[in-house]
Design a protein around this ligand. Structure first.
Ligand SMILES: [Zn+2]
Length: 50
């Protein structure tokens, strides 16, 4: 029972790797599985990821 969803087509603003961000719906944040960068929920994600 996982609430994590990978976010296709999004690039990590920190390490620049594509398709490594996943949404932790439980905690309401987005984490990069590559560098561990954590971003807050969606309004910020739009700015973090280009
Ligand atoms: Zn990253």
């Amino acid at each position: 029972m996982t609430l994590a969803h990978f976010l296709d087509g999004l690039r990590c603003a920190s390490c620049g790797v594509l398709n490594v961000l996943w949404l932790d719906a439980m905690r309401g944040l987005v984490e990069c599985s590559e560098c561990g960068q954590i971003a807050l929920t969606f309004p910020e994600v739009g700015e973090e990821v280009r």
